[in-house]
Design a protein around this ligand. Sequence first.
Ligand SMILES: CC(C)(COP(=O)(O)OP(=O)(O)OC[C@H]1O[C@@H](n2cnc3c(N)ncnc32)[C@H](O)[C@@H]1OP(=O)(O)O)[C@@H](O)C(=O)NCCC(=O)NCCS
Length: 146
Amino acid sequence: MWEIARDSQVLDVNSSYAYVLWGRDFSGTSIVALDHDRVVGFVTGYRRPDRQDTLFVWQVAVDADQRGKGVAGRMLDGVLDRLATAGVVRLETTISPDNEASQALFTALARRRGVPISTEELFRPEHFPDSHEAEDLYTVGHRHGG
Ligand SMILES: CC(C)(COP(=O)(O)OP(=O)(O)OC[C@H]1O[C@@H](n2cnc3c(N)ncnc32)[C@H](O)[C@@H]1OP(=O)(O)O)[C@@H](O)C(=O)NCCC(=O)NCCS
């Protein structure tokens, strides 16, 4: 996962330790895609502590040579299908305004699952201590109270 994030040249690259720790504690809300024995994509997610019906997707990435084949969409469907019986009814994620591939990915997910998608401002550049871009919140599924 760390190598795929690093090679994406788009994602924030967390420490390698963060990814192995994630695999230990959040495997139930995360998934990897395999091409034979090689990991070619991953989704890291967690259920929000105060909203257990909401899966927050932290990062999703697919190796450049595997993109455009539905790998990311199948990973997201897989995690949501797995968690549906546990009461997860919506997905949240944040996307930078210039990340069209990610916007298309989650828009297609909402269409496929027949649920609404909405967006609102979450973190603005001034919320970050470095030069991080804005992160808009996308909700796939009905929003809280909606
Ligand atoms: C975003 C990313 C994960 C998509 O992975 P993928 O396996 O190629 O996506 P899929 O093949 O499942 O495509 C899902 C949908 O998004 C669309 N899409 C994918 N890449 C696209 C692009 N570059 N531009 C426009 N649309 C795109 C597909 O057409 C598809 O929509 P459709 O069902 O209407 O045809 C991949 O491009 C990636 O790893 N990017 C770098 C990391 C990143 O930006 N992650 C997201 C932020 S956390």
